[in-house]
Ligand binder design. Structure first.
Ligand code: ACM
Ligand code: ZN
Length: 680
């Protein structure tokens, strides 16, 4: 958009604001349209009886009549306020053009999806009909990527069909087009399968409401008749209805059936499909038994019958593969198929399932672990463990959907952890989700066709209620939608955030429980300021090494003045699974009054504050005297993420060397995370 147009638009907005009425503008739309030209003037829709001529896009009638612009559908375009027209020159199947002139609103599209998305743009521009005057402009809009997905983990906590339809409505508004249903996992099987009825007779129910209670209570299942039973499943008829509802809104529902791991619930119902036949020893299907493949083929046949999606998601993540090493059936399979590792056995498993899915005219998609041991020839990869798996797959000629955990796992906390509900951890505020761009510079223009798009995932172990799930989706799903749809060069967080505040309030009016982005607390304040203190920049000697997995900034971390944020995933924190035992050399003898180290507590991630922190000082580096000990205590089971300073105060002892020895929490596998040791 030219500067002059931008100026005109701002001027118009200012005049409207000053005169007390607001003007609908494409600048308020999420995802941001790919081309906007502002013109002079405005066009006002009447308060009642907005006449809409749909042309060939009759399938829009229900949406137009239901929308809050107070529309009626008319046949003649001559006296219509809004006119839809087919235009074969618009090449993008989801693209559209909207021309708002002083005479009316004209929408052109080459297909129903484009016309539907134009209507969403109109609704968002007008704040759902509240603003009836539209700034004159031409919008030429089309998506950047074909996959703009949102993931629903209905295994860990079952969600009703009504809930899913409500989210489809929100997704459609922001032009998202893939609903990924994670239908199966240890915590519950959620789809009626007629050929294997115990999947829903037993594996869909558990004697615990929340995932946490279920996990703490030994991960047991029960039947529906049990008075303690919680859970549920979708009948095939309900799923067909959901698919139909989504399709009318140009959303494809992609079902996920987990294999070979994350399958405890299947093995509880059909223990003979596990390696040892008990169903309790492992969460992986036995890859040696033919019965496993018979069962999965029967299940996928029913899945394919219900879901018309081009892709079937076969999971593939986090299989332990441990039982496979000693299982005679698996060993025999490896011998027969000349497989030299369990990774190759997993690859055999996935390739075999791919052949089956392909034989039904569909394609498989799976988590990036399916790359290990050799990727199935036609598989599409969903990259979650960072972006590396996705990039590798793209370079090998495979299609990829990017959903890197550190940006797009919406189960991570979105604001300061002390004010947020219990979560799996992490810290992904809206700004971080928005910052991600999937077009890594290492992808060549030719390879870009393999980058299908982006997806936000909401794993729901810690998200028992529908309201909580919505709170985690919105507004971060807006960021995924904008990255999936809008031109990268037009992304602008300031504009986006303003629009996200408005869209949240708009969704709240419609009964969604969004996060209150307008009152975001934000990142830990200390992480923006450099700590200045006596030990700043001083050499640290490690009497015990830090973990190579979590080095922070290496040897400099503890005295570089950089304080960490709300998560150790920001790499500003240093981790160790031993005691923290370091000596800081202040360079010369000086009086030392106060020594403070801040430690993290994040019990779900095995991160604990130390039991105690002892401080010893020395003038020569050889003879140390203890000057005090600070004791730490966090109640066991405290699920919140806490940052806890440990401070030892002295009476101004003279020292050149300061040794800090923090004794780790007794829990086996406990970590210590520290960001800075401040000496004053
Ligand atoms: C995953 O998060 N295990 C795909
Ligand atoms: Zn086995």
């Amino acid at each position: 958009m030219s500067e002059i147009n931008r100026f005109l638009c701002c001027l118009l907005a200012a005049v409207c604001f000053a005169s007390g009425w607001s003007m609908a503008s494409p600048y308020s739309v999420i995802p941001f349209p790919s081309g906007i030209v502002m013109n002079k003037g405005y066009y006002s829709l009447p308060a009642e009886n907005v006449r809409v001529c749909l042309g060939n896009f009759r399938s829009l009638a229900g949406f137009v009549l239901d929308c809050p612009l107070n529309c009626s559908v008319v046949e003649k375009r001559g006296n219509a306020h809004i006119v839809f027209a087919s235009d074969a020159s618009i090449s993008a199947p989801e693209g559209y053009r909207m021309e708002i002139s002083k005479k009316g609103i004209k929408i052109s599209a080459n297909g129903e999806a484009g016309a539907f998305y134009a209507l969403q743009t109109l609704l968002l521009m007008s704040s759902e009909g509240r603003d009836r005057s539209f700034a004159c402009c031409t919008i030429a809009d089309e998506p950047r990527f074909s996959w703009r997905g949102l993931h629903f983990d209905v295994s860990r906590h079952f969600r009703s069909v009504e809930f899913l339809k409500k989210q489809i409505d929100a997704m459609a508004l922001i032009k998202m087009n893939v609903m990924h249903l994670h239908l199966t996992d240890g915590a519950g099987w959620r789809m009626e399968i007629k050929s294997y009825p115990r999947l829903t007779e037993l594996a869909a129910w558990r004697p615990a409401r929340t995932w946490q209670e279920w996990a703490d209570g030994g991960a047991r299942y029960c039947t529906r008749e049990n008075p303690e039973a919680h859970g549920g499943f979708y009948s095939q008829q309900e799923l067909r209805d959901l698919v139909h509802y989504a399709a009318a809104r140009h959303i494809t529902v992609i079902p996920e059936i987990e294999m070979p791991g994350h399958s405890e619930e299947v093995l509880a119902a059909y223990p003979e499909l596990s390696c040892d036949g008990t169903g309790r020893g492992s969460s992986d299907f036995c890859a040696g038994k033919e019965a496993t493949f018979r069962m999965l083929e029967a299940v996928l046949s029913e899945v394919i019958d219900v879901f018309p999606s081009p892709y079937i998601h076969i999971g593939g993540d986090e299989a332990a593969k441990t039982a496979w090493r000693s299982c005679p059936h698996c060993k025999q399979r490896m011998e027969q198929e000349k497989l030299s590792s369990v990774e190759e056995l997993q690859s055999y498993f996935i390739c075999r399932m791919e052949r089956f899915v392909n034989s039904k005219g569909r394609r498989i998609i799976g988590w990036d672990e399916i790359l290990e041991g050799g990727l199935a020839p036609d598989a599409t990869v969903m990259s979650w463990r960072g972006v590396e798996g996705g990039l590798k797959a793209i370079k090998a000629g495979h299609d990829v959907v990017m959903t890197p955990g550190e940006y797009y796992y919406l189960d991570y906390t979105q604001d300061a952890p002390f004010k947020e509900p219990i979560s799996i951890g992490g810290y992904t505020p809206l700004s971080r989700a928005y910052a991600y761009d999937p077009a890594d510079p290492s992808i060549s223009p030719e390879q870009m066709k393999h980058l299908l798009g982006v997806q936000g995932n909401l794993w729901s172990e810690y998200i028992p209620t529908d309201a909580h799930a919505e709170y985690m989706y919105y507004p971060r799903a807006f960021a995924v939608a904008e990255t999936g749809w809008s031109r990268a060069d037009l992304k602008d967080f300031t504009r986006f955030r303003t629009n996200a505040v408005a869209l949240c309030s708009f969704l709240r009016d419609k009964g969604y429980n969004t996060f209150d982005i307008a009152n975001e607390f934000g990142e830990r304040k200390e992480s923006f300021v450099e700590a200045t203190h006596l030990a700043r920049g001083c050499k640290v000697t490690y009497n015990l090494p830090y973990s190579s997995q979590w080095p922070g900034a290496g040897d400099a971390t503890l005295t570089d003045g950089v304080q960490g944020g709300w998560t150790y995933l920001d790499h500003k924190w240093q981790g160790t699974m031993r005691d923290l035992d370091v000596t800081i050399d202040l360079g010369e003898v000086k009086p030392v009054h106060c020594i403070t180290a801040t430690f993290m507590h994040s019990e779900g991630a095995w991160v604990h504050v130390p039991q105690k922190m002892e401080v010893l000082t020395s003038t020569d580096g050889e003879h140390f005297l203890s000057v005090g000990t600070a004791w730490g205590y966090v109640t066991d089971g405290q699920p919140k993420i806490l940052l806890m300073p440990f401070t030892v105060v002295t009476d101004g002892t003279n020292a050149r060397f300061v040794r800090i020895h923090a004794t780790k929490h007794p829990r086996p596998g406990a970590w210590i995370f520290t960001d800075e040791i401040q000496i004053n």
